[in-house]
Design a protein around this ligand. Structure first.
Ligand SMILES: [Zn+2]
Length: 382
């Protein structure tokens, strides 16, 4: 059993998501510094792969251009250039392409029906291997693993990127975004329509952002995506019910509301919860839930706090009202079931204060009656 290589998809795209314009002339998206970064990425790879369409279209050499990097590879006992790999289902590969004329070893992966044609056309310019009746990316990676390729860099085109991404075979994505707008129908896109793992709400983990001049590199880990969808009404109702359960646990008080709060991360898991007077006669639910997380916890930026009652905007027992604590925490989304009436304070403006600071506040009036249930001794039953 050989292991498959670590797969890095590398692309430069315009701001509107194109790899090129539709003309014959190749559009240069990156700048010199970014091309040098790509050269470094190549030098760190055991193999570089491009699809046959890209070979035909761009006629690239796909070499390590820096002499120092080539020397460093040789010093490590590696060939000066990584193995160059292409894939073709049609088998149409011109032996006059630059790809064959430069660098070290080349490998073509094709299908049974095209195998003889490719071998004849290339006449010893490359090793030619079939992945079976159809082009099979799993078998492509297995074949590379057998050839001791531990790190593969895929430089396109869009179809190859799309297939590898849709089949969840990419370990890392390097996307350099250049400040250009292509805007033309027929131009090749970085990624096309596909049934991507996790669907459109799954979020890939960001590994790095790096600016080189006017080009920004984004590095993502596609396999480490956050599976859960963003907050929906159904999810909001689910977590609010949990907050209402917590409100029922509050030690009774004649001078304060009974409130429950739950903080839920972007991945749909609970980060913390709390309720009024939990272990402290003056603590509020939101305050109690937040106090269980480290200050500045980065997960709070994408989390939601569900609190049965509007966060307070003034209080006697503590210097900071809960609306302020929410803002300080970095939370950007608050879901409440009812607004604070003018019982203990004249006019609670928690919601207004949060919204003014850019926080999204969602109200779930359908659960207001349930959320008030723990407070009937204060509000009456009317
Ligand atoms: Zn409060």
């Amino acid at each position: 059993m050989t292991s498959r290589p670590y797969v890095v998809l590398s692309a430069a795209s315009s701001v509107d998501g194109y790899l090129d314009d539709p003309t014959d002339q190749r559009l240069l998206l990156s700048n010199a510094e970014d091309f040098d970064r790509v050269d470094e990425v190549r030098a760190g790879a055991d193999a570089i792969l491009v699809g046959a369409t890209t070979l035909r279209r761009d006629n690239p050499r796909l070499l390590v251009n820096s002499e120092e990097r080539r020397a460093a590879r040789l010093a490590r006992g590696l060939p000066a250039h990584p193995l160059k790999v292409t894939v073709t289902a049609s088998g149409r590969l011109d032996p006059g392409l630059m790809f064959w004329r430069h660098g070290d070893k080349k490998l073509v992966l094709t299908v049974d029906s095209a195998l003889e044609r490719v071998r004849t056309d290339l006449d010893g310019l490359a090793d030619v291997v079939s992945t079976g009746a159809e082009l099979d990316w799993g078998r492509v990676l297995d074949e590379l693993g057998r050839r001791h390729v531990k790190r593969l860099v895929v430089e396109g085109g869009g179809t190859v990127h799309t297939q590898l991404m849709a089949q969840d075979l990419a370990d890392e994505l390097h996307l350099a975004v250049a400040p250009l707008l292509v805007g033309q129908p027929g131009a090749p896109r970085f990624l096309g329509p596909a049934d991507y793992p996790g669907g459109p709400t799954a979020r890939m983990r960001l590994l790095e952002t790096r600016a080189t001049g006017d080009v920004v590199l984004l590095r993502y880990a596609p396999k480490e995506r956050v599976p859960a969808a963003g907050p929906t009404r159904e999810r909001d109702l689910h977590w609010m019910r949990k907050a209402i359960e917590l409100a029922g646990k509050c030690p009774p008080s004649e001078g304060a509301y009974s409130v429950g709060a739950v903080i839920v991360g972007a991945d749909g898991t609970e980060l913390s919860h709390g309720y009024s007077r939990e272990g402290d006669p003056h603590v509020h639910a939101e305050e109690s839930a937040l106090a269980k997380l480290p200050a500045g916890d980065p997960r709070l930026r994408t989390a939601t706090i569900y609190t049965t009652l509007e966060p307070c905007s003034q209080r006697r027992s503590r210097p900071h009202p809960c609306a302020q604590l929410v803002l300080t925490s970095g939370l950007l989304r608050v879901v409440i079931a009812w607004r604070e009436p003018s019982l203990f304070v004249d006019d609670c403006v928690g919601v207004e204060r949060l919204r003014a600071a850019g926080v999204t506040v969602v109200e779930l009036p359908e659960l207001a009656v349930d959320a008030k249930a723990a407070n009937t001794h204060l509000l009456g039953t009317g």
